[in-house]
Design a protein around this ligand. Structure first.
Ligand SMILES: NC(=O)c1ccc[n+]([C@@H]2O[C@H](COP(=O)([O-])OP(=O)(O)OC[C@H]3O[C@@H](n4cnc5c(N)ncnc54)[C@H](OP(=O)(O)O)[C@@H]3O)[C@@H](O)[C@H]2O)c1
Length: 319
C-alpha cells in the first residue's frame, strides 16, 4: 500500500461572512505494477498462435501477423541489412522485426559482445527486455526459428547492402566516417533514421546549425560525398515500442513516411511492407526537412490531420 497526504480546501459560512478552511486527507491505494509483467513477475511470452500468454487485463492479445507480412513485392535477392547503433531502442525492435520478416540482419554496436547478448536471447525465442531512458526495450518472446540475425561491430556494417544509421544524430557521422573508406564507390544504400531535432533527456537532438542543410540525411550525404550511395529516410516518427516482430503494435496506424533516392525508396518500401507496415512515399531528399520527426509543429499536426481526412493516411506517430 502507498499513501498520499493531501490538503482539501473548502469554504464555509461564518457569522462574519465566508471563510476558507483546509482539511488534511490521507489517501491510501494499492501499488500497481505497470511493467507488463504477469502476477508472478514474468515477462509475457508469445505463442505460435501469435497471442500473448498473459492475462487480458495486462494487455490482451498481441496482434497476429499483419497482412502482407513476409510477402515479397519485388524480384531479386533481399538486401542484407546492418544496423549501426543496433542495441538501442529502435535497433532491437527493428532488428527483431526485420529478421522475423526473413531478412539477414546484423545488429551492430561499439561492443559486439553487448549486441551478442541481445541477439542470443532473440534467436532463442526469449524476446528481450531492458529498462531504458523513457521506458523499456520490450520485444516479446516469440518463435525465432530460421531468423538470420547476428551481432557485429559498427565497422562490420560496411559489408551490408543496406546500412542503417540508427544511433543518435550527433554520433552518426563519426560512425559512418569510420566505414567510409570501405563503402565508397560500392553503391550502398543508407537508411538514415536519425532525428537531429528531437530533443532527448540525455541532451542529444539539439538541432542543426542554421547555415547548412536543414536535415540530418542531407548533412550525412554531403559529408560522405559518395555519388554511388543511394539515400533514404524512414521510420523517423515511429515510436520504438510500437514495432513488434509481427507488425505494428497498433494495426490501425501502420503508415510510415519514406523519402529519398528512388531505388533506395523502393528497397525500403518493400522492407516496410515485409514486416507488416505500409510505406507512404513523400518524395526525394528535398522533402527531408519536413519529415525528420522532432517536436511536432502545429503546421505538421494540421497537415497530418488533413491528409488523414482527405487521403485516409494512418501515420504511426506515437500510438
Ligand atoms: N526512439 C524512437 O522511438 C525513435 C523513433 C524514430 C527515430 N529515432 C531515431 O533513431 C536513432 C536511435 O534512437 P534510439 O532511441 O534507438 O536511441 P538509443 O536507444 O539511445 O540508442 C542508440 C544506440 O546508439 C549507440 N550509442 C549511444 N551513444 C553513443 C555514442 N556516444 N557513440 C556511438 N554510439 C552510441 C548505442 O549503441 P552501442 O552502445 O551498442 O554502441 C545505443 O544503443 C536516433 O537518431 C533517433 O532520433 C528514434
Amino acid at each position: 500500500m502507498r499513501s498520499v497526504s493531501l490538503l482539501a480546501v473548502g469554504l464555509r459560512l461564518t457569522s462574519s461572512g465566508i471563510a476558507g478552511f483546509t482539511v488534511p486527507l490521507h489517501v491510501a491505494f494499492a501499488e500497481r505494477d505497470w511493467s507488463g509483467k504477469d502476477k508472478d513477475g514474468n515477462w509475457p511470452k508469445w505463442g505460435d498462435d501469435g497471442r500473448w500468454n498473459k492475462p487480458k487485463e495486462v494487455g490482451g492479445a498481441a496482434p497476429a501477423k499483419a497482412p502482407g507480412f513476409g510477402i515479397r513485392t519485388t524480384d531479386g535477392p533481399l538486401p542484407t541489412i546492418a544496423f549501426i547503433g543496433g542495441t538501442g531502442r529502435m535497433g532491437v525492435h527493428l532488428c527483431a522485426a526485420w529478421a522475423a520478416a526473413g531478412y539477414d540482419v546484423t545488429m551492430c554496436s561499439r561492443s559486439k559482445d553487448k549486441a551478442k547478448k541481445i541477439v542470443d536471447r532473440l534467436v532463442a525465442g526469449e524476446g528481450y527486455h531492458e529498462e531504458v531512458m523513457q521506458g523499456s526495450i520490450s520485444v516479446p518472446a516469440c518463435p525465432a526459428a530460421g531468423w538470420k540475425l547476428k551481432a557485429g561491430t559498427n565497422d562490420e556494417a560496411a559489408e551490408a547492402d543496406l546500412i542503417v544509421l540508427g544511433t543518435v544524430y550527433e554520433q552518426a557521422w563519426g560512425l559512418l566516417e569510420q566505414i567510409a573508406p570501405k563503402i565508397r564507390g560500392k553503391g550502398k544504400t543508407v537508411l538514415d533514421m536519425t532525428n537531429p531535432f528531437l530533443k532527448r533527456p540525455d541532451g542529444y537532438g539539439a538541432g542543426l546549425p542554421k547555415d547548412g542543410p536543414q536535415s540530418g540525411i542531407e548533412v550525412h550525404k554531403q559529408k560522405l560525398g559518395d555519388p554511388t550511395v543511394k539515400w533514404v529516410g524512414a521510420y523517423k516518427s515511429v515510436l520504438w515500442s510500437l514495432v513488434l516482430p509481427t507488425g505494428p503494435k497498433n494495426p490501425s496506424r501502420p503508415d510510415i513516411e519514406v523519402f529519398g533516392d528512388d531505388e533506395a525508396v523502393e528497397m525500403v518500401s518493400e522492407l516496410i511492407r515485409m514486416h507488416g507496415w505500409n510505406p507512404i512515399v513523400r518524395g526525394g531528399l528535398d522533402v527531408a526537412k519536413d519529415h525528420e520527426g522532432g517536436i511536432p509543429s502545429p503546421k505538421k499536426v494540421l497537415s497530418n490531420m488533413y491528409r488523414e481526412i482527405t487521403r485516409g493516411e494512418k501515420l504511426s506517430v506515437g500510438w
